[in-house]
Ligand binder design. Sequence first.
Ligand code: COA
Length: 431
Amino acid sequence: MQHSETYKQKLRSPADAVREVRDGDFIVVPTGVGEPPHLLAALSEQRRDFRDVKVGQILAMRKYAYIDPDTVDHVRHVAYFYGGATRAGGQAGWIDFIPNYFSEIPAKIERGLMPADVVFSMASPMDEEGYFSLSLGTDYTMAAVSRARAVVLEVNPNVPFALGNCKVHVSQVAALVESEEPVLEVGLPKIGIVQEAIGKYVADMIDDGSTLQIGYGGIPDAVVMQLTGKHDLGIHTEMIGEGILTLIESGAVTNKRKNYLPGKMVATFALGSSKLYRFMHRNPMLEMHPVSYTNDPFLAGQNDNLVAINATLQIDLLGQCGSESLGSSPFSGTGGQSDFVRAANRSRGGKAFIVLPSTAKGDSISRIVPVLGPGTHVSTSKNDVNYVVTEYGVAQLRGKSAKQRARELIGIAHPAFRAELTEQAKRINLL
Ligand code: COA
């Protein structure tokens, strides 16, 4: 049968397509803007008809009606990483959480450790050979496609057909729906004086020819904006966003000095403007791959001079990074932070940067603390952490003793907290 015939046969309304879901199912949804709004709206609409259905995702973008404490016995969100739409539910306990290294989610799905009965995903229009591109969120979704009983795609002409290992064939699909509105756009985060100062310290330590992973949050993008004068940079990252697009437009990225996939950049999900999404369309310079590939420390670390830039909320005097919670109150997730810290540590000439403003809440709280508060989720361990950067400078920790680390970190704390931190460090025999 012609692929277009198969396509037509599988085309349904969102309300109909949602009937592929059975009670007890676990629906996997891609990261961020790879989420299909019409399917999730239809699921929300029908949620009271289901029992014990779960929806698993990194970084839900919209607060759909199914994200509702009153209907969790029908449909419950399970975060692999919290964002604005899910954080409050996670903190209140009615949204569940699966801790993960981003790189390992596909293997857990493939080995049946994490369920994947149904996939709901955005997709590009189908090509002549019957393939759709899951370009916006390739991540763990490709693994879920290989395991799921039912794959349901929301096909939208504004989703780019990216190259790489991100294609699903129409024969693998149970149902298709169509939508046309623009893909959700996410601009650059707000970059203030502090973020800019941190960005400058990091940018000064990045050599021409380095390969970059740019994390999530204001400071990683503040670094990128200060790299436009560099030469022959490469990209091996998990998220492709507006910062990276700006860098590419500046001519600083050629990818030619990468050891792994020279000439090409790789990423696993996209979060940016319609300009970025257009840039991704059939662009031979870019490949989208599953996160088990982009974030594998052993693969990414084959690039010499791999630079990883990731943000944390707090750090203790040993260098343990509490990047994803404030005490026991969850904030985000590990994402690819530890994957890329370890990748950069493996890379010849690699540099792993953990970045943070020295204070929070109008300078009333030091983010450099003697010990992390009870219940804090440690994202990057003391054994992996290397460069830590605040607006007061750079601490280099790898290979340093506990006492040296405490001195280095107090040296980049806000001056108003240095005496108190020194006092507390003495009290716990760190100094
Ligand atoms: N005490 C109280 N509040 C604190 C705090 C502390 N110690 N540290 C931070 N906060 C508050 C900030 O004031 C801010 O609040 P506001 O929004 O009201 O101003 C909020 O927490 C977020 O802090 P901020 O530094 O602005 O975070 P960010 O937007 O730069 O994001 C994360 C940082 C969430 C991305 C990062 O910590 C994270 O999740 N890291 C792990 C994942 C990761 O690195 N992935 C990389 C690959 S995608």
